[in-house]
Design a binder for this molecule. Structure first.
Ligand code: C5P
Length: 135
């Protein structure tokens, strides 16, 4: 059996806010918000992949922290892990996304309520809302 594809996503944190990125494609998720990230390539650790992906997608350098507790497996062939991250240099810009925004716990809860988060990332919503509300 082939191993599932591993995707790492960044819960990029700044105080009580987290960065969300608005997808531009594919059509099914265009306009919805996600934690930026992408596939771990062969020979890379998850941390290295997240540093590379956030450099490509946001044009920033990050330091990677602890993973969120919840691992998301939307299909047998896809596993998503989210890791906390902090920007160590640069100002994020939407290189591959339609837009970026910083949200606090209340704003994140509203996006979830309104169906504005990509479905896969809903698996992290509760943990992140709770964490943002106590930061
Ligand atoms: O962004 P990219 O297309 O490289 O993402 C790889 C895969 O991971 C896609 O299937 C995408 O839908 C998924 N993904 C996700 N949630 C994220 C980041 C990526 O479901 N926060």
């Amino acid at each position: 059996m082939t191993e599932p594809v591993l995707v790492v996503a960044g819960a990029v944190l700044d105080g009580h806010r987290m960065l969300l990125a608005q997808r531009d494609y594919p059509e099914a998720v265009a306009g919805l918000w996600e934690l930026p990230g992408g596939k771990v390539e062969s020979g890379e650790s998850p941390d290295q992949a997240l540093v590379r992906e956030l450099c490509e997608e946001l044009d920033v350098e990050v330091s990677v922290g602890a993973a969120l507790r919840d691992v998301v497996s939307p299909t047998d062939s896809l596993t998503l892990v989210a890791m906390r991250a902090e920007i160590v240099s640069g100002t994020p810009r939407a290189v591959e996304h339609r837009a970026l925004r910083w949200v606090d716990g209340t704003e994140l809860a509203h996006l979830v309520r309104d169906g504005a988060l990509v479905p896969n990332d809903l698996g992290w919503a509760h943990e992140m809302i709770a964490e943002l509300q106590v930061r």
